[in-house]
Ligand binder design. Structure first.
Ligand SMILES: Cc1ncc(COP(=O)(O)O)c(C=O)c1O
Length: 387
């Protein structure tokens, strides 16, 4: 086994495994960098803040169960996910609770793709599903969004489904790292229904819109057109609670729900029971307030960043607690120089199939800290540009 290049593990294969460039880049540097701007969600609220939002954390902690949980997930939590996240388009029986969106995506890949099946995958993206598909031995067609507005172009994707008839299409909506939220999903659902293609949408940034209405779940269009769809989600981004490691996978097809549950038996048996109980309390008392808090922080920080960088290179995302900055030259070199010379950690676009850009987090909660961070970043970037 060879050693992964600590500088940037893009494109590295270790014993047949594609290294997850973004996660490895973060793991290597996020505990030592002076200024961490590589996160994609909001900074987590303090326990005091949660209590102000109406969550009685102490009472929940006192009655925590420490046995194994329900393998499909705490029933009350699944009911809350069905009603609060999906507006009851699906019921609790269609949902499996997972260890974050990450395990939800793993279950979705294993349940819908067998070796040599054809999958279409949306890029640029958080390349977890892309890497899992490679490990699964799937045939992968990369569907590339065009830079600029980064639209999903549902008509173009629907035509591709008609032409290729893939087993599954994987989309991240709202998209990471482009922040584009696609709200017209009918054509896709129609095409998927025609060919029996499964639509798997990673919706972890749904509800974190900085402009425009809430992004609809793929489950809505799928229901209208008789397509089979899977939605993955989590409390990590929109609700700023990544440490709970609570996510879920939801589908409108009961047979697929059973299959997702069966895969879960092999991965983690059940999700952490204390986390499930805390998650249920958060969703019940404070879901809207937590989402509103993350949106407020990200929208304010986008303005601070645009002001600090002069606006012109900073992309304006529709959703997410991150944005892209266009850089001249090789984004991996820029990210490395930011880290080496200025102790600032950002994500190089090379780790997300978004060459020519760096991704910058908008999650810092304190306004003064955020302003200082972006002034530091923008002055470092202009220094790097000047050479
Ligand atoms: C699109 C997307 N999906 C899933 C995840 C995994 O997040 P978690 O497992 O914390 O929910 C991330 C994390 O950055 C992400 O950006």
């Amino acid at each position: 086994m060879h050693v992964v290049d600590a500088a940037l593990p893009a494109g590295f294969i270790v014993d047949g495994f594609p290294v997850f460039c973004l996660e490895r880049w973060q793991s290597l540097h996020e505990t030592s960098a002076g200024l961490v701007l590589s996160e994609s969600g909001g900074e987590p609220p303090s326990i005091e803040e949660l209590e102000r939002y109406g969550v009685n954390v102490e009472a929940v902690v006192r009655r925590l169960g420490l046995g194994y949980g329900w393998t499909k997930g705490l029933p009350r939590l699944r009911e809350l996910i069905a009603s609060r996240i999906y507006g009851d388009i699906v019921g609790a029986e269609h949902i499996v609770v997972t260890a974050g969106g990450a395990e939800a995506n793993l279950l979705a890949v294993l349940a819908t793709i067998a070796p040599s099946d054809l999958a279409i995958v949306d890029v640029p993206n958080y390349l977890q599903v892309w890497g899992l598909l490679a490990m699964r031995g799937a045939r992968v067609y990369e569907y590339r969004r065009r830079s600029g507005d980064w639209s999903l172009e549902p008509g173009r994707l629907a035509e591709l489904i008609d032409a290729l008839r893939p087993k599954t299409v994987f989309v991240t909506n709202p998209n990471n790292p482009t922040g584009r939220a696609e709200r017209s999903l009918d054509m896709l659902a129609e095409a998927a229904a025609r060919h029996g293609t499964v639509l798997v949408f990673d919706e972890v940034y749904r509800g974190l819109e900085l402009s425009g209405p809430r992004t609809p779940s793929i489950l809505e269009a799928a229901e209208s057109y008789g397509a089979v769809a899977v939605s993955t989600g989590s409390l990590s981004k929109t609700y700023s609670l990544p440490g709970l490691r609570i996510g879920w996978v939801a589908t409108n097809n009961m047979q697929l729900a059973e299959k997702l549950w069966s895969v879960k038996d092999y991965t983690t048996i059940s999700t952490s029971r204390p986390s499930e109980e805390l998650a249920a309390a958060m969703l019940e008392a404070a879901a809207d307030k937590l989402a509103e808090r993350t949106r407020r922080i990200a929208a304010r920080n986008l303005e601070l960043l645009s002001t600090a960088c002069g606006g012109d290179h900073v992309h304006r995302p529709e959703a997410g607690a991150f944005t892209l900055i266009h850089v001249k030259g090789d984004d991996a070199v820029v990210a490395r120089e930011l880290l080496r010379r200025h102790n600032i950690l950002v994500v190089p676009g090379a780790c997300m199939k978004a060459p020519g850009y760096i991704r910058v987090g908008l999650g810092i909660a304190d306004e003064g800290r955020a302003r200082d961070a972006y002034i530091k970043l923008c002055s470092a970037l202009s220094g790097i540009r000047r050479g």
